[in-house]
Structures are given as structure tokens and as C-alpha cells.
Design a protein around this ligand. Structure first.
Ligand SMILES: [Mn+2]
Length: 630
């Protein structure tokens, strides 16, 4: 629907070549919030499961409190996948699909133009063809057709002899189109993960597969669209040959489903974590021509290094999504199904070109937006930013809005004006419900939708001044006039002398990281700079740090011997923090509080464990427990 995909970093490896993501605005204040320590539950889990306390604390924050659950979380395996037949409607869907395959009826798969929708089509298409069925598919054009099922496509398919339509990653709210299908005599199976409409009505179809619909007992409620399609594929394949499906087909499907699961930003817990973890592991073994070509284009070598959630979210997914943003997504389906390496390379090169084009367009528009904000202090002071431009590519306005939010810590809406129509896409910040804001202007739009953090809409261009006026008024009533702050969520306290290779090894078991399973950010209080900060390229800093003795709330455990004393130094790197360091007057001997991520640097000379600074402030003797300004 509305993509909430994370921003792609501007540079490659965060360790060697610079900071991930855009340069943060140094003018913004950073607010640190320390997660609830769950001290008792974490201590109990650490003791019973024999885990480092910091890891136990992270697990408890993810809802994992029992030793058996912790073991399963840290060691995902195929047995943790749920039975597809637990899904409401699966029996009816499988029966109808088997009938179509047996009768060689053509089946229309109706998808979506993002990674999730395209992979969903690929998985079901592969399964149906393996069983001898005939498939055609339709992926809507993002700009010409937009998201969702279209009656005209159903009518055309019907005219061509199609009698069964299966939607993937879409259809949950296609009430009118379901009615069209019924009138035409088309059987419709909806497979989708988007939430049903308020009131929980579901479209009238032969079967609806969606764990979020009322009455569905399926345990994992947050599968992505491709994973639901995989469940249907698995169910119909298992009825034919359960052993082969489990041993050969399902593993190959999991590779694709893992990519969709990470790319679609569903929470990486429960079964999603199992799918993502198993799939990434399986991607080490040979894959089809399309994935091979895509890895090569993204300069990834899964045989040399285990792929991470970050690799998929920031390097693979943007390339695949570029097809839907800039052009026709149906070529993605060809890429993932072709057996011809030459054709795969050609299609991957095209994705690469589209992605570069997307980045260039985005960068140029962002420069224009920043120039406008710099030139117009009144606009820049708005609590909710609305910026518009003529003909900004509609495939990138959502990403642009995310970029403006990153830079300003304010909710932002980017509007592209084209042929008298204003198309907008907005992203929000914690605590401001953007859809409510938009809904307060509902009468102005020809269409709008979204949720608290992301919205999309269209309206006649001449109504734009009125929209801006009303949103400014709304923001003045619902957003504080305080200077915006960037929120830094810290997950646990960890003195620097507790960073050990053993702990780093345990933390690696949290992979794949991503939505719902974020990379841990720790805080260490009272670290001493052993030398003056070293400035890198005028922008970045390197620090040599040692931990001063602190009263730690963290008990030790058998797996985590406490490193006593403060003699062992650890290296820290701070991207774009040179100005901050001089503002704080950092010098050899300074005492600081540090929010950080643990990094394993494989540089031949400077290898080993180090920390990447997420936030830095002078040591505060009486730390506020919950919140502090830095
Ligand atoms: Mn989806």
C-alpha cells in the first residue's frame, strides 16, 4: 500500500566508508530514551537460559521471557513454521486451485508493484506451473493504474477465458471488484495481509486468506503478502508430494519469502523471523539466475558472507522496488523466473539503471526542497512541512517525504503537481497521527489513505493553497512549538568493559535485524577519552575510550565474565560528529556518556570490536533514568 520502507543509506559499508544514511542535521537536539530495563525478568531469563544479561534484556523487550522461547528465537528452524492449513479459507482455496490445475484452466494472479507483491506472484506462479497448471499474471502500473484490484483487468481476463483469479498482497478492500468478479462468473481467491476495513468486513470471494481477518486462527498475524502466497503454494504442493515439498520446494521458496518479509517491513519476530532467518541462511547455497544477477548488481556475495537483514532492506529491496517506482514491475517477475543467465543479467542491469535514475531524481528534488526551506524561513518554521513542486516524479515523493522527516524531525508532506492534479505523500514522527491530520481535510481530496505514519492523497492543484492553510492550522493545534528533537531509543545499559567477543557472538544471533527486531543500541556512562578526538575528513571522529568504574544495574552471569579494571581501551567511531565533539569541548581525559552500536571491524590493521557512536554527551553524574537530553 503505502511503502514504509527504510531509507537507503547514501554509502556502502558503514564500517569502512562512512556513515549510513544522510548527514544528520547538527542543529537538531537529540533526546535519549532508555528502554524499560525489565530487570527482574531479564535477570531470571539470563540465569535460566544461561544468556548474557544484555541479551536477555533485549529478548524480554521483544516479548521473549521463557528459556524455551529464547532458545527458539536464537535458533530458528523449519519445525517452527506453521501449518498452512491453519489459515481460514485454505481448504476452499486449495480445492478450487486443484480443480483449475486439473482442468488446465488459466489462472490469473493479480499482484502488486513492490517487492512483496512481485515475489508473491513468483511463488504462486512457480507452484502452479510445477503442478502442470497455466498461469497469467497482472502487476498494476504504479502511476497509470495505482495500487489494488481493477475491474477492467478482471473483465479483460474473463473475456480471455480466465475463470479463477487469485490476488496476492492486495484485495482485502476490493469490495466493488469482488462484486464485478461475481457478476462475471469469475471465482476470486483473495490472499492479502493488509488489515481489513474498520468494521472487519471482508470482500465477498470464494476464499479470503488473511491471518488478520476475523476468525482466522493462524498464529502469525503479521505475515507479508508473499508469505501468505507461499502458504497457499505450499498447501497445494504438499497435497501432491509432501516429502518433496518440504525437502526441496519449500527451502527454495523460503529464499524468496525472506527477501519479501524483510523488504515489506513486517515485524521480524515469530514466524516472520523464522522465514527471514532460514531464507537468508539458504541464500548461501546456489540460487536461480535472477537472484544471482541481482546479487551481482548489488555487489553482494552470499557465498562469501551470510546476508543480513540490512543487506536485503537497503541493498536488494531498493533495486527491485525501483522497477515499480520508475517503470513496469512485471519485469521483476521475469527476472525471478528466468533460467537464462544472459536475460537475467540484462534485467538486473535494467533494475540497476532504474535505481540509479531513482536516486538521481530523488537527490535533485531533495536539493530543491532544502534550497526552498533555506530561502523561506517562514516555511521552514512550519510545524508540519508541506513542499510542492511541478512534475516531481511520483514514484519517489514518499521517499522524499521520509528524507525531509529525517533531516528536520518534523512531519512532512511532499506534493507533485502534474496536469492540474496534486499528488501528495507524507511521513510522520512519533506522536503525530498524520492520517488524522489529512482526514480533517477530507473534503478537499479526490482520494486519500494511509495510517498514523504515512499517507498518500490526490486533489485538484488549485485546492492546494487551501490544504496548506488548513494543515498549518491543524498543526498549530496538534503539534508543539518546541524545537523538534530527534529521538534516540536506547535498548540497554552496557558499560564499555562488558563488550567482549563472547557477547558479540551472542548478539549476532539476533540477526536478521530489522523492523520489530532493531539493532541494539547501548548506553555506557562515564567513559574516559584516553586521547584527544581524532578528526577524520573534517567531519568524523575517532575516539580511544576506557570505561571508568560505574555502579552497574547489570548483574554478571556465567557466560559473561566481567572484565575488571578500566585499562582495556576500546575504539569508537562517530560519523559526522566532529562538530558535536568540538561543541562539547572533548579533549583527552574528558568523561562522556555514550550511546553506541557494537561493530566488528574486519580491517586488517584495525580489526576487532569497536563501537559506533549513536549519541554523545558529557558525563552526567546523576543520570536521569528514563530520559535525558544530549
Ligand atoms: Mn505487502
Amino acid at each position: 500500500m503505502i511503502p514504509a520502507s527504510p531509507a537507503e543509506p547514501s554509502s556502502g559499508s558503514p564500517v569502512q566508508s562512512g556513515p549510513p544514511g544522510p548527514a544528520p542535521s547538527l542543529r537538531l537536539r537529540q533526546r535519549w530514551t532508555l528502554a524499560e530495563p525489565h530487570a527482574e525478568a531479564a535477570a531470571a531469563l539470563a540465569r535460566v537460559a544461561r544468556l548474557p544479561h544484555a541479551l536477555a534484556q533485549l529478548l524480554v523487550a521483544r516479548g521473549v521471557t521463557q528459556a524455551a522461547e529464547a532458545y527458539a528465537f536464537l535458533n530458528p528452524e523449519p519445525a517452527h513454521l506453521h501449518d498452512p492449513f491453519l489459515m481460514l479459507g485454505m481448504n476452499q482455496a486449495v480445492a478450487r486451485l486443484e480443480q483449475a490445475i486439473a482442468a488446465r484452466e488459466p489462472v490469473l494472479l493479480y499482484g502488486d508493484y513492490d517487492v512483496d507483491g512481485a515475489i508473491a506472484v513468483v511463488l504462486l506462479k512457480t507452484a502452479i506451473e510445477m503442478l502442470g497448471g497455466t498461469v497469467r499474471f497482472h502487476v498494476p502500473h504504479r502511476l497509470r493504474e495505482g495500487y489494488g484490484l481493477q475491474s477492467s483487468v478482471l473483465e479483460a481476463a474473463h473475456a480471455e477465458g480466465v475463470r479463477l483469479v487469485i490476488t496476492v498482497d492486495t484485495g482485502m478492500r476490493a469490495f466493488a471488484e469482488a462484486e464485478t468478479a461475481r457478476k462475471l462468473g469469475l471465482d476470486l481467491i483473495v490472499t492479502d495481509h493488509h488489515l481489513p476495513e474498520a468494521g472487519n468486513a471482508v470482500p465477498h470471494a470464494l476464499a479470503v486468506l488473511n491471518p488478520s481477518q476475523p476468525g482466522c486462527p493462524y498464529p502469525e498475524k503479521f505475515l507479508c503478502g508473499a508469505a501468505i502466497a507461499m502458504k497457499l503454494a505450499q498447501a497445494v504442493l504438499e497435497r501432491r508430494d509432501p516429502a518433496r515439498t518440504r525437502e526441496k520446494t519449500l527451502p527454495s521458496f523460503l529464499k524468496m519469502a525472506a527477501i519479501a518479509t524483510i523488504a515489506d517491513a513486517v515485524p521480524l519476530r515469530g514466524e516472520n523471523r523464522v522465514i527471514a532467518a532460514l531464507g537468508l541462511r539458504l541464500l548461501r547455497s546456489p540460487v536461480g539466475a535472477g537472484l544471482r544477477a541481482l546479487f551481482a548488481a548489488a555487489a553482494l556475495d552470499p557465498a562469501a558472507r551470510q546476508l543480513t537483514g540490512f543487506d536485503v532492506a537497503f541493498r536488494l529491496a531498493p533495486r527491485v522496488n525501483a522497477a515499480g517506482r520508475m517503470d513496469v514491475a512485471s519485469e521483476v517477475i521475469e527476472l525471478f523466473t528466468t533460467r537464462d543467465p544472459a536475460r537475467a543479467a540484462e534485467l538486473a542491469a535494467k533494475l540497476e539503471r532504474l535505481n540509479r535514475e531513482r536516486r538521481d531524481i530523488e537527490a535533485a528534488a531533495l536539493t530543491a526542497i532544502e534550497a526552498r526551506l533555506a530561502a523561506d524561513p517562514e516555511l521552514a518554521a512550519d510545524r508540519l512541512l508541506v513542499v510542492d513542486g511541478d512534475g516531481w516524479h511520483r514514484g519517489v515523493i514518499g521517499i522524499l517525504a521520509s528524507r525531509v522527516v529525517e533531516r528536520t524531525a518534523k512531519p512532512a508532506i511532499v506534493v507533485s503537481i502534474e496536469d492540474g492534479v496534486a499528488h501528495g505523500s507524507g511521513r510522520s514522527v512519533d506522536g503525530f497521527h498524520l492520517l488524522n491530520a489529512i482526514e480533517s481535510c477530507a473534503d478537499l481530496f479526490t482520494r486519500f489513505g494511509g495510517h498514523a505514519f504515512a499517507v498518500g492523497f490526490a486533489l485538484p492543484a488549485d485546492a492546494l493553497p487551501e490544504l496548506k492553510r488548513r494543515l498549518r492550522l491543524y498543526a498549530s493545534e496538534h503539534l508543539s512549538a518546541r524545537e523538534p528533537e530527534r529521538l534516540l531509543r536506547i535498548h540497554a545499559e552496557l558499560p564499555l568493559d562488558r563488550i567482549t567477543p563472547v557477547l558479540a557472538g551472542w548478539l549476532r544471533k539476533l540477526e536478521p535485524l530489522g523492523h520489530g527486531n532493531p539493532e541494539p543500541i547501548f548506553v555506557a556512562r562515564k567513559a574516559r577519552l584516553l586521547t584527544a578526538p581524532r578528526i577524520l575528513k573534517d567531519r568524523h571522529i575517532r575516539l580511544e575510550l576506557a570505561q571508568e568504574p560505574v555502579q552497574s544495574v547489570i548483574p554478571s552471569s556465567a557466560q559473561e565474565p566481567v572484565v575488571s579494571g578500566t585499562s582495556s581501551a576500546i575504539r569508537a567511531v562517530g560519523w559526522d560528529l566532529a562538530a558535536r565533539a568540538s561543541e562539547l569541548g572533548l579533549a583527552g581525559g574528558s568523561l562522556i556518556d555514550l550511546a553506541y552500536r557494537i561493530r566488528e571491524n574486519d580491517h586488517p590493521e584495525f580489526g576487532g570490536l569497536e563501537v559506533e557512536i549513536a549519541g554523545i554527551r558529557l558525563f552526567q553524574d546523576a543520570p536521569q533514568r528514563a530520559e535525558a537530553h544530549g
